[in-house]
Design a binder for this molecule. Structure first.
Ligand SMILES: [Zn+2]
Length: 343
């Protein structure tokens, strides 16, 4: 075997996997505590051949909701009717999860996994985990869903996105997948170093999904649980993995470029009183000057700032009332004049 052949793409970990649920922990390295950092990989293989949909969960360590819901779906999907397979990293960045943080607590290098792909086998732990995800999942899928949600900051999310810089065919297919994903908002952006941007360079379409949040309370959590299930099943139907099932057609999805989005961040830290705390507020139309929230200085008890819509547009994300640091994302609004409402 030549060196080139030896370094060619390795076989997918599920290549010989029969119908059913397969789970494997891929060991990465031992920490100073003595604990082994590992990558958990779940694969649900259907009876009939078909595409492989890869799903990365918890690339950010404080966004568990999609992983929890996909766990439920694994026991509900009838593999006798499934074509192809779902391959899922249930916790992509366990270091960040252990810190209940977006990023890994490491001393050096890139510690936001969302910017670390394809990773490096010789890098820091975040980069090594990203490398293991590339080698064991991203390099073997026909489509990718990188599944995020609101994190420890209490944000409410219900959107998806595609890479506007992807090759034209990949970009077009990614938009179709975003439409099937069915969230009210579709963002065109590019995140260099993310899993979706990495697979796009190999001709694979992708969806960057973000639904729900954590500690949102039972009403909002129930809403988002249903949305996650509906979105993932619709995406699988679009890929032809669920014979006889059609993707959900969502009317009025809002498609917009990154430049249409304005993020509202308070200048100083304080207690944010949010006026948009319901899941149904995401995508809602607001006019310029609408008060989205106000920030109380907990030292003086005075209202120190109001956060208002900078133009007529749609709520992109909002946030629960609570402590907020200065410079942190409170709300985002999409300029209606730069966005397009889809049929
Ligand atoms: Zn995230």
């Amino acid at each position: 075997m030549t060196t080139a052949a030896a370094s060619a793409k390795t076989a997918a970990p599920w290549v010989d996997q029969p119908e059913g649920h397969f789970f494997k922990r891929i060991e990465i390295a031992r920490m100073l505590t003595g604990a082994m950092v590992s990558l958990p990989l779940h694969v649900l293989t259907g009876r009939q051949p078909g595409p492989t949909l890869g799903v990365t969960c918890m690339v950010h360590g404080d966004e568990p909701q999609p992983s929890v819901m996909i766990r439920e779906m694994f026991s509900e999907i009838d593999t006798a009717k499934l074509k192809g397979r779902l391959a899922v990293t249930s916790v992509s960045n366990s270091l960040a999860m252990a810190a209940f943080n977006r990023q890994s607590p490491e001393q050096h290098g890139k510690t936001d996994m969302h910017e670390a792909f394809p990773g490096s086998a010789k890098g820091n732990f975040t980069q090594r985990l990203a490398n293991a995800i590339s080698k064991n999942l991203l390099d073997h899928v026909d489509a990718l869903l990188d599944f995020h949600s609101g994190g420890s900051g209490g944000r409410l999310q219900n959107r998806c996105g595609f890479n506007g810089k992807a090759p034209e065919e990949v970009r077009k297919r990614s938009i179709e997948l975003c439409r099937a994903f069915g969230t009210p908002l579709i963002q065109e952006s590019s995140v260099p170093g993310s899993g979706p941007d990495y697979v796009n360079t190999k001709g694979i379409p992708s969806v960057g999904g973000e639904i729900g949040g954590c500690y949102l309370g039972p009403h909002a959590t129930d809403f988002y649980r249903k949305q996650i299930k509906t979105s993932l099943k619709s995406l699988m139907a679009e890929l032809g993995m669920l014979p006889g099932e059609q993707p959900v057609k969502t009317q009025g999805q809002i498609l917009f470029p990154l430049k249409a989005k304005a993020e509202l961040r308070p200048t100083h830290g304080g207690f944010l009183v949010s006026f948009f705390e319901s899941p149904s507020d995401i995508g809602k139309y607001v006019t310029k000057g609408t008060k989205l929230g106000e920030v109380i200085d907990l030292h003086s008890w005075k209202v120190q700032e109001e956060l208002v819509a900078p133009f007529d547009g749609h709520i992109f994300f909002s946030r629960y009332s609570g402590i907020i640091e200065g410079g942190t994302q409170g709300f985002a609004v999409i300029d209606a004049s730069l966005s397009k409402i889809l049929d």
